[in-house]
Design a protein around this ligand. Sequence first.
Ligand code: GLC
Length: 456
Amino acid sequence: MTDNVDLDPAGLEAAGALGGSEDLGYQWPTDPLVVKNLKHWQDLTFGVIIHWGIYSAIGQGGSWSLHRDNLGWFTDKSSQFPGDPNDDAGYQDWYYDQAKTFRGEDFNASEWAEACARAGMKYCIFTTKHHDGFCMYDSDYTNFKATSESSGLRRDILREVVDAFRGAGLETGAYFSKADWSHPCYWDRSKRIHDRFHNYDIESQPKRWQRFVEFTMDQITEILSHYGPMNVLWLDAGWVRAPEEPIGIDDIAARARELQPGIIVVDRAVHGPHENYRTPEQEVPEGVLDYPWEACLTLTKEWCSLSPDDPVKPTSSIIANLIKIVSRGGNYLLGIGPDATGHMPGSVRRGLREIGEWMDVCGTGIMAARPADPDITAHGDNLEWYLTSKDSHLFAWGVANENNVSPDRLIVDGEYALARVLGGSDLETRVSGGRTVIDISSSPTQYAVGLELIER
Ligand code: GLC
């Protein structure tokens, strides 16, 4: 068993959750409407990914415990399983059975939507179906769903989420796992299940696989037909791809755009024409990337909350990540999710509120901003400095690695007559030899100070 440490890129890579396919470089979409939507999506800058499913009910952040590779602690069986830990089939029956008792009675989508809007987020990606196959929406193609008579939830959670988030002014997108470990045409449960892949021979049972391909298409079709405008179709399970698992991604993307013209399709980690943006996870790439990307990092340790007061990462680190990501040309997708009862932990609420307070003051140089000209450098003695640019204004960000921002002397290329401290008063500058020096003695904001630099 691996140590119970935070999710990290290496562990996820090993799990096949990230990388995967050969990388011939980012491919810009050829559909002009998709390109236009990507530019608009980049302006949204800050989003949330909400994971919630029956795994939350058994103290887990995802459905990885169902498969039998030991890829790290996140694939361990739930400690709530009352049976013999070596009984894999018994574990799976028990897992699927949780749909009956997973009630999530405290879930209030508006509460999540308002907290996210307040934090400055502009879009929400919701887990319509994780790898376990449990649909958090009303699917016509399975009874393993939140709306089923036999389910504890008996609610159309996706409907509640999209209504609430749109009502709070956010755009909505759909996370959908291409792998479905509940479908007999993906996992034949009469055979041993080893890993995350399908477990029968597609060549000798082509019709079985074809049924799975059609089922996947049908489910994506219903999500994009019945739940209003989605900005992104976020397809997870990068291992489900040709040639081993030909899921018909060209047809999926074409159907998605028939239903919702210009929708951004993210065939996550499958580098090629259907990965409209890249999705580095649990890490912030070094340096500017000149194609659309979104770093997906959790606020809590896992993809959703595991307890009523799940610890969250410090707000200083979230703000630091936000600044780094935007200064490198990416969007930030913060991962959160309800606990077993649907409750929002106080820690998550507090974290979102603190982010929102900082955004109220500094969001102007973050939202819809882009990396600054790479030739401009900025440095100080105490803070880490980053640059963004918006509407041809340059913003400099001094990031502290704790709550308090210490005084610093910023030296930045270019000649600036004035530095406007976001949330504070203007600072004088000293210009010499094509550079500007600015002394910052205090900061009106915690975590990071933002300066708008006004040219001479
Ligand atoms: C990774 C995980 C998956 C999770 C997703 C989104 O792909 O394997 O379980 O849903 O990231 O963060």
